[in-house]
Design a binder for this molecule. Structure first.
Ligand code: NAD
Length: 296
């Protein structure tokens, strides 16, 4: 069993870290918000007063932070890399710009520290169940070192390519997810506005050619799926602002490669409008509120 430092215990990080504790690993955890640590310490993890304290003597360091600026801020500006033992392996799970992932991985390499970018897919449900998909960028040998730890948090592990490649694949996936959630919302709102029951329509789509992850596991219409954020006031889950960040990363990737993403750009504008309306902290499936009639 490994001595693991886990940094960032939000909607995703907390359940991921909990699965590592349950698997018998020795965890030292840190989050800027002290309340986020509570569930972990209750389960047997040790709380550190800072990220630097958390990584002391760690064999594996895992981070799950919101965005590029938090990851670069922690590893480079605060020089956490300078405090991590050079024998340690760093597994960076946040969804960030591929260039940021490459920059931090290069700085780690200079210090002799092995690092992979390992963004995840599967949502908070997958994080709790330990069924996440890990999309890894970095050296194959580092991935093999990480595999036993990743297997305690996820079910599918893919090697996308060198450093940053995990992020590129993750951004493509999330652009499609953003489009599918907006499209699913529009289809359900259209059906309901024409007199259909949202649950009946969802059941039909889930077994027809329009089916997707939203209709199968994460329905945006309140009351259709008890476990979905839509049925809990859009609390928890995957924030609108995080989806907006990922669609922004897709737009940057498209610009730098001169690729066309007309639907991705449209989706980015929809989530931007939704966020500007005050919904940035709600789950991203609340995008349905942009197209839903008040009385429905
Ligand atoms: P979150 O906002 O719920 O959690 C982020 C946590 O990081 C917060 O608790 C925050 O206090 C902490 N944090 C920020 N800076 C820190 C620092 N310097 N040191 C220590 N802690 C710090 O976000 P989340 O939903 O858990 O998402 C995390 C990442 O995973 C994001 O990049 C997101 O895009 C990605 N992701 C999220 C989901 C999802 O369904 N929520 C799914 C897949 C991927």
């Amino acid at each position: 069993m490994s001595s693991i430092a886990f940094i960032g215990l939000g909607n995703m990080g907390a359940p991921m870290a909990l699965n590592l504790v349950k698997a018998g690993h020795s965890l030292t955890v840190f989050d800027l918000v002290p309340a986020a640590v509570k569930g972990l310490t209750d389960a047997g993890a040790k709380a550190a007063a800072s990220a630097a304290e958390a990584v002391k003597g760690a064999e594996v360091v895992i981070s799950m932070l919101p965005a590029s600026k938090h990851v670069e801020g922690l590893y480079l500006d605060e020089d956490l890399l300078g405090k991590i033992p050079s024998s340690a392996l760093v597994i960076e799970c946040s969804t960030i710009a591929p260039d940021s992932a490459r920059k931090v991985a290069l700085a780690a390499e200079v210090r002799g520290i092995a690092m992979i970018d390992a963004p995840v897919s599967g949502g908070t449900g997958g994080a709790v169940a330990g069924t996440l998909t890990f999309i890894v960028g970095g050296q194959a040998a580092a991935l093999e070192r990480a595999r036993p730890v990743l297997e305690k948090m996820g079910k599918n592990i893919f090697h996308a390519g060198p450093a940053g490649a995990g992020q590129v694949a993750k951004i493509c996936n999330n652009m499609l997810l953003g489009i599918l959630m907006a499209g699913t919302s529009e289809a359900l709102a259209l059906g309901v506005a024409n007199g259909l029951d949202p649950k009946v329509l969802s059941d039909i789509i889930a077994k027809s050619s329009g089916r997707n992850w939203a209709t199968e596991l994460y329905n945006p219409w309140p009351g259709v799926m008890d476990h979905a954020p839509a049925s809990k006031g859009y609390a928890g889950g995957f924030g609108v602002d995080l989806m907006l960040k990922d669609l922004g990363l897709a737009a940057e990737a498209a610009l730098s490669a001169r690729a066309s993403i007309p639907l991705g750009e449209l989706a980015r504008n929809l989530y931007s409008l939704h966020s500007a309306g005050g919904s940035g902290k709600l789950d991203f499936s609340s995008i349905v509120n942009l197209v839903k009639r008040e009385q429905d």
